[in-house]
Design a protein around this ligand. Structure first.
Ligand code: GLV
Ligand code: MN
Ligand code: MN
Length: 408
């Protein structure tokens, strides 16, 4: 197994890596994304798996008959956030192929069809909405909504898909495909330090916090930075800045998280007071009520600051994912499989604040996740890391799980 994992990892490493930051820019329907997709297809073909792209651009590699039903599916995504790390997404896809190699080496006999999947546009880095490929498939994003998505340059999702050689008119819900899946298991690098602190290589997911993205548009008046008296200004940057501090305060009070990680300023000149500051809030909490309280508190504060500075404010919720509780029966089955396998005596069950395609599918298909230890907990950054030994332990664990599920 080790060699197939390492070889795949080496092949993927240079794709979409930015030479200055060392981070990955594998955004949906770009050249780097196409290179990742070509890599996936090659892996499927090298293994004699049946390769297909579904109507939403997700890639599948099948062992056994996809039409037979009750399939066991594993995989993740290959796209990244801006300057993301190497592991978020690719670890799950590479581990899936490596686990399949391991099962074949063990001489496993499959009683259910097995597939490896690469879901498109999981991070939403380009079009602002996360998990577009899985949301479309699950019917949680309508075709009309998808066609309204645009990137920062005004390119629509449809134009981007078409330029990459995919048919944007074909997108939409795919209930028949989901009905043929009996279980989905996504392996992912942990995006926190729970496993590091507990001293375990691999964990099982319990739940995903509810989370969403909100766009705050603060509109004021553009003017000269040198000649406009402070009292005469309608500067939206002030209300934006105060809102960022309010977000921190509200999140702290509630034991939640709130982040303004992206901002657009118009006209964006050093010597011009902005006419518009647009900030995107990402907020997450352990439960829906807490999240509502946090976001409501931030919006209320933003309105007060905007009023005080003569600023117009619009707040739009761009996306939302409710709390996800992974299927208890499947979760318990994973626990049983892993604890009876010789080298995993203790497998902690962890919640996470990160979103995943598994969270989208969980409403339609019995779904589970495995996490692999990340010693610093850093993610969505070039510093994201998992040790090779832990990645190998993740592949073994995934192979055990797939064998337990698909070779009964
Ligand atoms: C995806 O990784 C997210 O949690 O935003
Ligand atoms: Mn991510
Ligand atoms: Mn991910």
């Amino acid at each position: 197994m080790g060699s197939s994992f390492q070889e795949m990892w080496r092949e993927l490493l240079p794709i979409g890596r930015h030479s200055d930051s060392g981070g990955y820019r594998r955004h949906a329907w770009t050249g780097a994304d196409a290179d990742c997709r070509a890599w996936f297809r090659q892996q499927a073909e090298d293994r004699g798996l049946a390769y297909e792209v579904d109507r939403n651009g997700n890639q599948w590699a099948w062992l056994g008959d996809p039409a037979a039903g009750d399939a066991v599916v594993t995989g993740s995504h290959l796209d990244s956030v801006p300057d993301g790390g190497a592991f978020d997404g690719p670890l799950g896809v590479v581990s899936s192929f490596a686990a399949l190699d391991e099962l074949r080496a063990r001489g496993a006999r499959f009683s259910r069809p097995l597939a490896v999947v690469n879901f498109g546009d999981e991070e939403g880095a380009r079009f602002g909405l996360a998990c577009v490929g899985s949301r479309l498939t699950a019917g949680l994003l309508t075709v009309e909504e998808a066609h309204r998505l645009t990137d920062g340059d005004g390119t629509t999702l449809a134009q981007a898909m078409e330029a990459a050689g995919y048919d944007p008119e074909g997108i939409g819900a795919d209930p028949g495909r989901l009905a043929r899946i009996g279980a989905f298991v996504e392996l992912h690098v942990e995006q926190g330090r729970a496993l590091d602190l507990s001293g375990d290589r691999v964990g099982i997911a319990s739940a995903i916090w509810p989370h969403g993205r909100w766009r705050f548009d603060f509109r004021g008046e553009a003017n000269h930075a040198g000649t406009t008296r402070l009292v005469d200004r309608r500067d939206p940057m002030l209300s934006y800045a105060e809102t960022v501090l309010a977000a921190r305060r509200e999140a702290e009070l509630a034991g939640a998280v709130a982040t303004f990680g992206k901002i657009a300023v118009e006209p964006n000149g050093v010597n011009a007071i902005p006419s518009l500051v647009r900030g995107w809030l990402d907020s997450r909490a352990a439960d829906q009520q807490t999240l509502d309280t946090v976001v409501g508190g931030i919006e209320k504060a933003a309105r007060e600051y905007a009023d005080a500075h003569g600023i117009d404010l619009d707040v739009v919720r761009e996306s939302f994912t409710p709390v996800v509780e992974f299927d208890h029966a499947l979760r318990d089955e994973l626990g049983r499989i892993l604890t009876t396998a010789s080298d995993h005596l203790k497998v902690p069950v962890l919640g996470t604040g990160a979103g995943h395609d598994a969270g989208i599918l969980a409403g339609r298909v019995p779904t589970a996740m495995l996490f692999v230890r990340n010693p610093t907990g850093v993610s969505h950054s070039p510093a994201e890391f998992a040790a090779e030994d832990d990645c190998v332990a993740g592949v073994h664990a995934l192979a055990d799980v797939l064998e337990g599920l698909a070779c009964r």
